[in-house]
Design a protein around this ligand. Structure first.
Ligand code: GLC
Length: 712
């Protein structure tokens, strides 16, 4: 029986004391900042906690829930929250990797699996998707994003929300294997100066509206019930207390009526920002900008009652926040069934083999082939001598990536394991000592030199440890670490037939890498099925189809580097002197947004535009697989508005389609572009649709393709 929600909540709020109400707005956590579940038992009995972060185990969740339901006056159940970003027990590729599949339906599938696993462990609410458009690889959390393009962040963000929450009938409870999603971080967090996490953000309303806001707009349209505030100050005001963004934009412009939760301790940190003089001010201000839940700072629980009793805060403001918390608990059916699962069920769900099968499929589609000189790939296992070396060929610990939840180190399949399970032929050897020996001795011995020289091909796995990626892991340099570069250069002198496999969580500056290898494969941090997926691609069992969703620089100094930039009044040109350039480096990326190679070749021809009516344009192109292997091509359509009421990007991804073609097979691909797809926001967030000429380019990446134009 579905309780009549609004009446139920209203009656419950009328029965609640002020203390019980404020308790619902207090979220505590057991993650790295301290706090233990046993410490919370008494706080729960005193109705001082509404939700708990990072409990992660069903028996603990049930024990704490039992206290809330049976040992408090009103028995209001707890919400259990967790950062289920890219998997719970089955860890999928990091979001940046998954976005390179350009396959949002797979992202929805991985979110649905993550939800089922997390829900079986007692979790109700995930703090995902992170939809911060990320243009700066120095920022460690680019790993959690869907890259530098807002359209992809929109599509993948909505896919994740749908996967986590499912679609439910009006007035029906969310099903037991789903999670409440949370769009984060509102707003501008990824534009931190210097790419340094938590650093200051300053940007025009025009940029905020047209780059960072659209993924949140789409997430809200998709029904995301919660949003999280960001740590950073935005244009001089902490994002957690920013009336312009939280009230004027989020609540009024985007019509978000859901629950707003702060980031970890962010409310207290408004004092550190030098904005709130004290916690009482922070609490009052947060209530005024409709922040509903205080994550872990305890500012609400320590100050709201006094503010009400002193007449500085209306109790009704608290009631509104409590209503939003209780709505989530109603939607989850917690008042009727507060216990989601048990240990046997959790074990059964988290050990489903099909989850790893899907993880392997997503991992394969996330891999991007960046270079394949002399067709060094795919490998001919058994027909050529192959040597597998490098720091990350068999290091499970280094693979356990950022936000890997309940993922276990032993669950990860290394590249060495992937080859071993594929059946390592006599002609292949795996040497996981040569790198450490080189680092120790700064040279190779004669046996090692002979081993390197005599093999046909070398597979070298380089990159970053997962611990170098994610929150608070910003880097000042995007180059590979010196030891890895030295090792690569030493080996290349002995044998140039090298395929580098990169395992990393950010775009790297690879200028001094691409000249020391023939093959280059971007394999990211792919989660538990990494080794299997990488071997599937290296051996040609899967023809790589991934495309970069972040621009890869030549050197760090080019960053922030992104494809959808403005033209400037002095765009770079070889012929002129005073143009926008570096005197010591190209301004071009090493590998552009949308770039990725295949073992086959796709030809594009016959681009045509058919106007359907005055605001709908049908664009078609013919794709032919002219190569030796079947494969998937991600056909990308970009537009460029030549003249606008504001300066406009030189390139904007407007749509994309995946096409699978056998050798010699042709297919006509059509896109429908509406005038509305070419509109944008002015700095007051009003939509603008300029008239004029729009260049249209359809191709295999953001730099190359067939070109035409349409006129609005
Ligand atoms: C972290 C992150 C946020 C996460 C929260 C809870 O600091 O910024 O994304 O959801 O705290 O772990």
């Amino acid at each position: 029986m579905i309780i009549e929600k609004n009446r139920f909540i209203e009656q419950l709020i009328n029965e609640m004391t002020l203390d019980e109400k404020i308790g619902q707005l207090n979220q505590v956590g057991t993650s790295i900042y301290g706090g233990k579940e046993d410490e919370y038992e008494q706080l729960i009995r005193e109705s001082c906690i509404g939700s708990i972060l990072s409990v992660k185990q069903i028996q603990k969740c049930n024990r704490l829930q039992k206290i809330a339901v049976e040992e408090t006056r009103l028995g209001i159940p707890l919400l259990f929250a967790e950062d289920v970003i890219h998997g719970f027990r089955t860890i999928f590729p990091i979001p940046l990797a998954e976005s390179c599949s350009w396959n949002p339906s797979l992202a929805e599938e991985s979110a649905a699996i993550a939800a089922a696993e997390a829900a079986s462990a007692g979790i109700h609410w995930t703090f995902a998707p992170m939809i911060d458009v990320s243009r700066d690889g120095r920022w460690g959390r680019i790993a959690e994003s869907f890259g530098e393009d807002n359209l992809l962040n929109e599509r993948f963000g909505v896919a994740k929300i749908t996967g986590f929450q499912g679609t439910r009938e009006q007035n029906a409870y969310m099903s037991q294997d789903k999670l409440i999603a949370c769009a984060k971080h509102f707003i501008g967090y990824s534009a931190a100066e210097g790419g340094r996490d938590y650093n200051t953000v300053d940007m025009s309303s025009y940029r905020l509206a047209n780059v960072y806001l659209s993924p949140f707009l789409e997430a809200i349209k998709a029904g995301v019930p919660t949003v999280m505030t960001a740590f950073n100050a935005l244009n001089g005001i902490p994002a957690t207390l920013n009336k312009k963004t939280l009230i004027d934009i989020l609540r009024n412009k985007l019509n978000f009526n859901g629950l707003l939760v702060t980031d970890w301790n962010a409310l207290h940190e408004t004092i550190t920002h030098g904005y709130s003089p004290n916690e009482a001010y922070a609490a009052k201000k947060a209530m005024d900008v409709q922040v509903d839940v205080d994550m872990s700072s305890r500012v609400y629980i320590s100050n709201l009652k006094t503010l009400v009793l002193n007449g500085e805060l209306e109790e009704d403001q608290i009631n509104q926040a409590v209503k939003r918390v209780l709505e989530l608990k109603c939607d989850l059916g917690l008042f009727e069934q507060p216990y989601r699962s048990n240990e046997a069920h959790a074990l059964q769900v988290c050990s489903k083999k099909t989850h790893r099968t899907i993880a392997r499929k997503i991992a394969k589609e996330s891999i991007v082939l960046l270079q394949n000189e002399n067709h060094i790939l795919p490998l001919q296992l058994g027909k050529e001598n192959i040597l597998l070396i490098g720091p990350f060929i068999n290091d499970k610990q280094s693979m356990r990536d950022t936000w890997s939840c309940d993922g276990r180190v032993d669950d990860y399949v290394t590249v060495a394991q992937g080859f071993a399970e594929a059946g390592v032929p006599q002609s292949m050897s795996i040497d996981d000592q040569i790198y450490s020996a080189f680092i120790k001795n700064r040279c190779l011995n004669t046996t090692q030199i002979e081993e390197i020289r005599s093999t046909n091909k070398i597979i070298m796995v380089l990159g970053e440890k997962a611990s170098e990626s994610g929150e608070a892991k910003s880097k000042a340099s995007l180059e590979l670490e010196h030891d890895q570069i030295n090792f690569l250069q030493q080996i290349y002198q002995l044998n140039p037939h090298i395929v580098i496999v990169l395992m990393n969580g950010r775009p790297l500056a690879l200028k001094n890498v691409v000249s020391c290898c023939e093959g280059l494969v971007e394999a990211w941090h792919l989660g538990v099925e990494a080794g299997h997926a990488i071997v599937d691609v290296l051996t040609g069992k899967y023809n790589p189809s991934g495309k970069l969703t972040v621009s890869f620089p030549r050197t760090t100094g080019q960053v922030p580097l992104y494809y959808n930039h403005f033209n400037t009044g002095r765009p770079f040109s070889e012929e002129k002197f005073n143009t926008s350039k570096y005197i010591d480096e190209s301004i071009e990326p090493l590998f552009p947004f949308g770039y990725g190679l295949s073992y086959t070749h796709f030809d594009y021809h016959d681009l045509a535009v058919m106007e359907q009516d005055q605001d709908t344009h049908l664009i078609s192109v013919q794709i032919t697989n002219s190569g030796p292997m079947a494969g998937t091509e991600i056909v990308q359509l970009y537009s460029r508005q030549l003249i606008g009421s504001y300066v406009r990007p030189v390139n904007e991804l407007k749509c994309f389609k995946r096409v699978f073609l056998k050798p010699q097979e042709k297919q006509n691909v059509t896109f429908v572009i509406k005038n509305k797809d070419l509109s944008y926001f002015d700095d007051n967030l009003s939509e603008i649709m300029d008239h004029g000429v729009f260049q249209i380019r359809v191709g295999k990446n953001s730099r190359h393709g067939l070109q035409t134009q349409i006129t609005i």
